[in-house]
Design a protein around this ligand. Structure first.
Ligand code: 5GP
Length: 191
């Protein structure tokens, strides 16, 4: 998606530790007109996939997931980051290492909202090492739900998470794909 690349070039900021800051349009302040375009693009990519639910992880995936859900006319479920003591028998849970916070979260979703009848599209803002999406795939398999694919706004390909998921046979669509990122030099993938 060319518009995503343009936004990153104009408004993104490379931080130490391989972090791209997109607080101006995605993570802190949301460019709502652009969010609508993101929703349209995800809906276009996954048209005909039979998706009947979107699953994301709180909190930064929620806006994109909601935009895609509105355009695809499907409900959006978000997995919550809970303490282990809050987990009970009615909940699917998985431990996910957070790239940005450098700690592990016990991520949970109620079994009321994810079932074996669901065909689930996973949505997130970033795909880096793949821990967040792997966790969501795990929650779906606990529920017996089928994964139709994953849509991410920005894939940092140099971290390898996207390609590992593709090797597992999961369809991954990234709206912008970053091949490399150093200091102030950012290169997009040649597709
Ligand atoms: P992964 O689990 O694939 O390693 O990382 C994905 C998660 O970490 C996303 O949910 C996202 O919130 C966060 N993340 C990873 N890399 C970045 C980044 O460069 N910038 C921001 N803002 N978030 C990131």
């Amino acid at each position: 998606m060319l518009r995503m690349e343009e936004k990153i070039r104009k408004e993104g900021q490379i931080l130490p530790g391989g972090i791209l800051k997109v607080g101006n349009f995605l993570n802190q302040q949301i460019d709502t007109a652009f969010l609508y375009e993101i929703g349209e693009e995800i809906a276009r990519l996954f048209e005909g996939s039979g998706t009947n639910k979107i699953l994301t992880i709180e909190s930064s995936g929620i806006a994109i997931a909601a935009a895609a859900g509105m355009l695809m006319k499907v409900p959006v479920v978000f997995a919550k980051k809970h303490k282990t003591s809050n987990v009970d028998g009615d909940i699917y849970s998985v431990s996910v290492h957070s790239f940005t916070h450098g700690m592990d979260y016990n991520v949970v979703v109620s079994n009321d909202y994810l079932t074996a009848d669901d065909r689930v599209l996973l949505v997130d803002d970033f795909l880096a090492n793949g821990n967040a999406l792997n966790g969501l795939v795990d929650l779906c398999s606990q529920a017996g739900a089928e994964v139709t694919g994953a849509a991410v706004a920005i894939e940092k390909r140099f971290q390898g998470g996207g390609d590992a998921l593709r090797r597992r046979g999961i369809r991954i669509e990234s709206l912008a794909c970053i091949e490399s990122m150093e200091d102030d030099k950012l290169t997009f993938c040649q597709i």
